[in-house]
Design a protein around this ligand. Structure first.
Ligand SMILES: NC(=O)c1ccc[n+]([C@@H]2O[C@H](COP(=O)([O-])OP(=O)(O)OC[C@H]3O[C@@H](n4cnc5c(N)ncnc54)[C@H](O)[C@@H]3O)[C@@H](O)[C@H]2O)c1
Length: 257
């Protein structure tokens, strides 16, 4: 069981895809979930009995206000899922400094700000649970291995991987665990956009591009958001009480081959 009854969770980028599936899964395990995105995911919050907030993860004041909301309205925070992210496939020599900064502002700065501002709340409730409180950062297989056209995304997800380890070690004594998840390609808007961007950049048809990427996963297909939501609920729960600073790879064998 990954029973999360009594816990308060916050998921960023929760309007769709992996964030939405994670919010639903955390709520199904009994957590009260604050779902945030650029526009507040009100309908999702209503469906899962949670709370919705408009929240831009690149904006420090937005994090300060969201943490005040978690404290005042939900009663604190036990689980933070830093999920919001952007993808970009572009040849290195065509990648602008603006592209690099935009990607890093969401994928890296958003995760830094989230961890920084959540820690005081997570520390307050860490002694309530066997496994302490939990931060889960969405990295990627692209944070473990390089691929053509995604050096900028590789850099941002690699930063999340090692930032997670630094946070884990610094906060272990406070009983706050911090782990990263490394999905292979997942059937979401971003996963579909990845196929389109590669097809456009290489001049290959979308069907052939999709088939080639499916073949990169030894299990033979892309993952679904629920595969990652299962990893999120596990890391959030006391079943992962002895896991911190780890990389949970959920990739159909992508990085094993
Ligand atoms: N889908 C994949 O193949 C895949 C693979 C590996 C890792 N990931 C990672 O998983 C996470 C979720 O991916 P997804 O496929 O669900 O993506 P998605 O594009 O379907 O959803 C991302 C969500 O993040 C939100 N977002 C973007 N910028 C934001 C900002 N500044 N502030 C708040 N919210 C913002 C978007 O509005 C959107 O709802 C991302 O970090 C992504 O990099 C995805």
């Amino acid at each position: 069981m990954t029973d999360l009854t009594g816990r308060i969770a916050l998921v960023t980028g929760a309007s769709r895809g992996i964030g939405e599936a994670s919010a639903r899964a955390l709520a199904a395990q009994g957590a009260r979930v604050i779902v945030t995105d650029l526009a507040a995911p009100e309908a999702l919050a209503d469906e899962i009995g949670g709370l919705a907030r408009a929240h831009d993860v690149t904006d420090e004041q937005s994090w300060i206000d969201t943490m005040a909301f978690a404290r005042d309205t939900a009663g604190g925070l036990d689980i933070l899922v830093n999920n919001a992210g952007l993808f970009l496939a572009k040849p290195l020599t065509e990648t602008t400094l603006e592209d690099w900064r935009r990607l890093h502002s969401v994928n890296v700065e958003g995760v830094f700000l989230g961890c920084k501002h959540a820690v005081p709340l997570l520390a307050e409730r860490a002694n309530l649970w066997t496994g302490g409180t939990s931060i889960i950062n969405l990295s990627s297989v692209a944070g473990l291995v390089g691929s053509p056209l995604v050096s900028c995304y590789n850099a941002s997800k690699g930063a999340v991987r090692l930032f997670t380890k630094g946070v884990a070690v610094e906060l272990a004594a406070s009983r706050i665990r911090c782990n990263s998840i490394h999905p292979g390609i997942i059937e979401t808007d971003m996963g579909r956009d990845l196929v389109s961007q590669f097809a456009a950049a290489t001049g290959t048809g979308e069907n052939d591009t999709r088939a080639a990427f499916s073949d990169r996963h030894p299990l033979g297909h892309f993952g679904v958001p629920q595969n990652i939501a299962d990893a999120v609920t596990f890391l959030a729960s006391d079943r992962a009480a002895f896991m911190t600073g780890s990389e949970l790879v959920v990739d159909g064998g992508f990085t094993a081959s």
